[in-house]
Write a protein that binds this ligand. Structure first.
Ligand code: PMP
Length: 407
């Protein structure tokens, strides 16, 4: 079949016949239809209508050096002619594991998979395998991919988010999830350390793990209060709960990963996005005694892990070259650029008299159409104005040649 001859509208019309909603990913669709990408270079995308777009989203934060980063392209060219995937290990996988461990000592051992969803899912399974317990705690509103248990209370709202005694309710995400999943998930209120501590006190003995993204976008993209971190750390120590840091996005925030910013010592770390250099990737990492749950050489492992394309040489090589170029000075520079961006946007809001704010850390940022304090999922929950305005802002920026994520 011929490729579309140009024009995003035509491409979308064509896609609608073979793709539900005309889009392969919920997150890449917006009304009336997204522009179709034709090619990318650095921070620029050219779409099928020949427009140049400044890409501030970089495939949902997975391309730390932008599109078609020359060292990655060159490395891929070099390796692709020798085969794209084998039912055998390659030395590339060991090299990428070594590179991650060299910068992030907490990632002493690593298993690669193909997406962030898988990475957090396997980290959860690992926590269950290690502790022999089944329940998982997570932050209300936090996004960790599409695994049933981690989707709980991802989309809860004022009508259903209050549980017994005022604790956050465990609300399954959609009709694809068995309702019973909610029984194995405990939901924590990010901005209320005392309530967190009380919940963890009560539920601690049945918890396998606590999943924490220290800069979770849907919970406002604000760092966790010290009290919440203390409550989590304390509960993990007292009850033998595994701390799982989801750094699928956050790994970029510090040379050795986001957990080091907060002095956390996670038992498992889920990685993804940038460590694959723009190719599909995920990883579970942690100290060797924890990662031993995956060790298959001494009988049946506590947790089975595989994946046809896990650790494929293309992803491994792209990740290696990418992390090599994302050295300490590149990390610092990017974080400083983010600070500058937020400062200037705040100044712009003030000068224009716009009641809005930008939260975030380093190169990650999130817009809120309010000046009220943003502390968690509930305080960043969109009101009617925001719900209506966000798509218009997103589209308005795109019309001015700037691509952001829809939220
Ligand atoms: N965890 C976090 C914090 C994420 O932001 C995402 C994706 N944006 C995931 C997990 C899932 O990653 P993937 O889309 O690669 O499955």
């Amino acid at each position: 079949a011929a490729l579309p001859g140009g024009g995003s509208a035509r491409a979308f019309e064509r896609a609608k016949h073979v793709v539900p909603g005309g889009s392969m990913r919920n997150a890449t669709w917006f009304a009336p239809h997204p522009p179709y990408a034709a090619r990318g270079e650095g921070c620029w995308i050219e779409d099928l209508d020949g427009r140049r777009i400044l890409d501030c989203a970089n495939n949902f934060f997975s391309l730390i050096h932008g599109h078609a980063f020359p060292p990655v392209v060159e490395a891929l060219r070099d390796v692709i002619g020798r085969g794209t995937a084998f039912g055998l290990p390659t030395e590339y996988e060991t090299a990428l594991a070594e590179a991650i461990r060299a910068r992030a000592p907490r990632c002493e051992q690593i298993r690669f998979c193909n997406s962030g969803t898988e990475a957090v899912m396997f980290a959860v399974k690992a926590a269950r395998g290690f502790t022999g317990r089944s329940t998982i705690a997570k932050i209300e509103g936090a996004y960790h991919g599409a695994y049933d248990h981690l989707e709980v209370s991802l989309g809860s709202g004022p009508a259903n988010w209050d549980g017994p005694g005022g604790d956050p309710a465990a609300v399954v995400y959609d009709r694809g999830t068995p309702p019973g999943v909610a029984n194995d998930v405990v939901v924590l209120p990010y901005a209320d350390p005392e309530r967190c501590a009380a919940i963890l006190d009560r539920e601690g003995p049945r918890l396998a793990g606590i999943v924490l993204d220290t800069l979770t976008s849907k919970a406002g993209m604000v760092p966790p209060p010290q009290g919440t971190l203390d409550a989590i750390r304390d509960a993990c120590r007292r009850h033998g709960i595994m701390l799982i840091c989801d750094e699928v996005i956050g790994f970029r925030l510090a040379y050795a990963g986001a957990h080091t910013i907060f002095g956390l010592e996670p038992d498992f770390i889920s990685l993804g996005k940038i460590i694959g250099g723009g190719l599909p990737v995920g990883a579970i990492a942690g100290p060797a005694d924890r990662m031993a749950v995956f060790d298959h050489t001494r009988g049946t492992p506590a947790v089975a892990h595989g994946g046809t394309f896990s650790a494929n040489p293309l992803t491994m090589v792209a990740g290696l070259v990418t992390l090599d170029a994302f050295d300490r000075s590149a990390v610092d520079r990017l974080n400083r650029l983010g600070d500058t961006l937020r400062t200037r946007i705040h100044a712009g809001f003030a000068a224009a008299g716009i009641a809005a704010q930008m939260t975030g850390y380093g190169s990650l940022f999130r817009l809120h159409l309010t000046t009220a304090p943003i502390t968690d999922y509930r305080s960043s929950y969109p009101d009617a104005l925001t719900k209506a305005a966000m798509p218009a802002i997103h589209l308005g920026m795109l019309e001015r040649g700037i691509l952001l994520t829809p939220n």
